[in-house]
Design a protein around this ligand. Structure first.
Ligand code: MG
Length: 369
């Protein structure tokens, strides 16, 4: 396969309602897509970076700059030797920038599999045709508002609820949800690094709610702190931001810092590294689940294929399109009895809808060989 051109598209997609985490509140999902043209056909992927470097150090303008200046020229340089499997070794010299690398590797993987007539799920050796769907509930202005949203999602059939938490919106919010909806609903929390090692007693109070897990309470670089916390609280500690590679996953497991792993392909540099993390976790009897970055259909489709692998035994965050968007940019993903179907068509299995791209695109830029 040979890379002929790359289109970088910036889109502003309105969200149904503001989504607030411990690090930001957004009304628009601002997103960058990579669209590659090869001699074997085209491919698409969504960059997981946010507009600002708030979830990780990467952000849109930076990710696009590193793609244009370093990543894309390296891939043009591969000539006829381009494959998705060749991308990571070719870019190995380049430190970090995993979300930028992921966008290119995944769009090339999409093109490769489309040309071979193989779905992403087949390529991964996925074993499920549908995956159970959880929902991530943002921080709200009031407990009443929170209960309204949680009740609505349960009614829609989501099989697991995740509450975003931060200092001041933790114990009371979880207690209110448990009091209103009972001890049996599968419930977990995500702090997105909002706590410190001084907060262990506060976090221990959450043990009484029998949560499935607490996700990334401490700074992403504080893996040892998570090991100490895992020892101190009963709620299983799950890492998200800290796990940027299979090597880090292995180390965190050995250190006792992680009992469940949230795999986000964009955060770890792509799906091929995600599969390695899955394999490390399975070998160590650590369950994994697939998290997300509020992806539109282009990113959501690929995450569903990954979540269909056998080690993904914990319910993930791959919700229906309607959770976030009035209009998705591909065919929508629909919740059926708590599950979402894994795409079966070649590649990521969905196609962007040109009219909707036109409506939401802020800029489109071509880089040619
Ligand atoms: Mg998270």
């Amino acid at each position: 396969m040979k890379l002929e051109a790359v289109e970088l598209i910036r889109l502003n997609v309105p969200l149904k309602s503001a989504f607030r985490t411990s690090f930001s509140s957004v009304n628009l999902h601002q997103v960058v897509w990579a669209h590659v043209i090869t001699d074997q056909g085209e491919g698409w992927a969504e960059c997981g970076a946010n507009e600002r470097p708030d979830y990780s150090s990467e952000y849109h303008t930076g990710a696009m700059a590193v793609m244009k200046e370093f990543i894309i020229p390296e891939l043009f340089g591969l000539g006829n030797e381009l494959t998705a499997e060749a991308v990571a070794p070719t870019l190995e010299w380049m430190k970090g920038h995993r979300m930028a690398k992921h966008a290119l590797e995944t769009s090339i993987l999409d093109a490769q599999l489309r040309s071979q007539g193989i779905s992403l799920a087949e390529y991964f050796g996925a074993t499920k045709s549908k995956v159970p769907s959880g929902v991530s509930v943002g921080i709200m202005d009031s407990i009443d508002e929170l209960l309204g949203y949680v009740g609505g999602y349960l009614k829609q059939g989501y099989v697991r609820i995740k509450l975003k938490i931060e200092p001041g919106w933790d114990y009371e919010a979880v207690k209110a949800v448990r009091d209103a909806f009972g001890d049996d609903i599968p419930l977990q929390v995500d702090a997105n690094t909002a706590y410190t090692r001084d907060d262990f007693d506060l976090l221990k109070r959450l043990d009484e709610f029998n949560l499935l897990l607490i996700e990334q309470p401490l700074n992403e670089e504080d893996v040892l702190g998570h090991a100490k916390l895992a020892n101190y609280i009963d709620t299983p500690v799950c890492l998200d931001e800290s796990i940027v590679s299979a090597d880090i996953a292995r180390d965190a497991i050995e250190l006792g810092a992680v009992e469940i792993i949230n795999i986000k392909p964009s955060r770890v540099g792509g799906y091929l590294e995600s599969v390695k993390i899955h394999d490390v976790a399975v070998a160590n009897s650590i369950p994994v689940w697939c998290g997300g970055m509020l992806e539109t259909g282009i990113g959501r489709a690929a995450n569903l294929a990954l979540a269909a692998m056998p080690g993904f035994t914990v319910v993930g965050d791959t919700s229906a399109s309607s959770r976030y968007f009035e209009t998705d940019l591909t065919e929508p993903f629909v919740l059926k009895d708590g599950y979402i179907d894994v795409p079966t068509k070649p590649g990521i299995g969905v196609d962007p809808i040109p009219e909707i791209i036109e409506r939401f695109a802020v800029s489109r830029e071509w880089i040619r060989a």
